[in-house]
Write a protein that binds this ligand. Structure first.
Ligand code: ADP
Ligand code: MG
Length: 383
């Protein structure tokens, strides 16, 4: 601690003492009902920090206030109570008990808390229903896929109705498709239940997608806290800016290189534009997106639409499609460099269509896609 106070860095302290500075200078406040994401590269201290919140790691110094009580100094008994009643954790490794059924795993927290069997099973069925696993209540964990097992992990945490949920890389072990599915499930439940969640992720896409606010960690410190938009517009220091540095490192990268073909809904309009729009609206709702691109049979981009613009257009009698196009969203030529692309995305923080010289649609770029690409490039350039 004295070396830290004298301003020595993590590496120096390790060299001289063999001790690792896990987390330092981490001051933040989590608002009720928000998803607060801790993001950073591997080894930046995310797990240590989230484990300090329920004292799976004992702090050397500092305060951790949960509902006004200091977790750092509370008695063993108070800590046990807090963990049972107020905190729930979801782990990357699922951490299910293999010899217990899905139902018993889900009810486990309640069982430990001494809730009677009938009450806890009713509650467990309720949350299993919320995560779409009611029909699997009597199965054993090993009979379920990874994604389903993590749904049980989530249900087990929800069952105790925690005032604070801690999720450490909870979706990181899942394949990308399942991972997106779990993110959507979490967002859906969050819209209904407004829980207070601290979520650890090393994935920029995930952090930007689910976080109300994000704390970026580096070397055990929190280097910036803000909404995704604030961080994107105003990177606070060198480390955060390093996410953007890829722009300099990679002058050769152009919009075409980052355009993603499957992030955004693309549809064609046939003889019945209103029916096509209704279908597109339903699909957008389903995937919790707002914008879509309309492309002709020849592959050429016709325009960008939103749920709102389509609703408005459907009320017009003639040529509803033309009315639906958002005139302020221009397409992006595939050959512009990333620095220029950032300018486009800052002016218009929505998915932008990338087209070639013949106006053929190539894919979409979003702030998240771009940032992710830049981080990959920065990481690669550090190796
Ligand atoms: N049990 C431990 N003993 C010693 N050092 C540890 C331990 N756990 C983590 N560390 C170190 O603490 C730092 C932060 O690790 P961690 O919190 O696991 O980071 P993250 O979750 O962001 O990957 C790293 O330097 C890591 O090597
Ligand atoms: Mg970790």
């Amino acid at each position: 601690m004295q070396m830290l106070k004298r301003g020595l860095g993590k590496d120096e302290i390790f060299q001289q003492t063999g001790m690792v500075v896990g987390v330092k200078d981490a001051n933040f406040h989590v608002n009720e009902g928000e998803i607060f994401v801790l993001m950073g590269l591997s080894g930046s201290g995310k797990s240590t920090l989230i484990r300090l919140l329920n004292r799976l790691v004992d702090p050397t110094h500092g305060q951790i206030l949960v509902g006004g009580n200091d977790v750092a100094t509370m008695s063993k008994q108070a800590l046990i109570e807090l963990r049972r009643k107020d905190l729930a954790m979801v782990f990357q490794s699922f951490a299910l008990l293999p010899h217990l059924s899905v139902l018993r795993n889900t009810a486990f927290g309640l069982e430990v808390a001494g809730v009677d069997r009938k009450t806890r099973e009713i509650r467990a069925m309720e949350v299993l229903d919320q995560v779409g696993l009611k029909a699997f209540a009597q199965r054993m964990p090993a009979e379920l896929s990874g994604g389903m097992q993590q749904r049980v992990g989530l249900a087990r945490a929800l069952a105790v109705d925690p005032s604070l949920m801690l999720m450490d890389e909870a979706f990181s072990a899942l394949d990308p498709l399942k991972r997106t599915e779990m993110q959507e499930l979490l967002l859906k439940l969050q819209a209904e239940q407004q829980r207070t969640i601290v979520f650890v992720s090393h994935d920029l896409d995930e952090a930007f997608h689910i976080g109300n606010r994000i704390a970026i960690m580096e070397g055990g410190r929190i280097v910036q806290i803000g909404t995704p938009d604030e961080i994107l517009r105003n990177p606070s220091d060198e480390y955060v800016r390093a996410f953007f540095k890829g722009v300099d490192v990679n002058k050769y990268l152009v919009a075409r290189d980052v355009a993603s073909a499957n992030e955004t809904l693309v549809f064609q309009v046939g003889a019945d534009p209103k029916a096509d729009m209704r279908k597109a609206i339903a699909q957008l709702r389903e995937s919790q997106r707002h914008y879509a691109f309309v492309v002709g049979a020849d592959g050429r981009l016709q325009g960008t639409v939103s749920i709102d613009s389509m609703y408005r257009a459907m009320e017009t009698e003639t040529n509803p499609m033309a009315t639906a196009f958002l005139s302020h969203i221009a397409s992006v030529p595939d050959s512009i460099v990333l620095r220029e692309l950032i300018g486009h995305l800052v002016r218009n923080p929505v998915p932008l269509p990338v087209v070639d010289a013949d106006n053929r649609y190539l894919g979409a770029v979003t702030q998240t896609i771009l940032l992710k690409k830049l981080v990959e490039e920065v990481e690669a350039s550090h190796e």
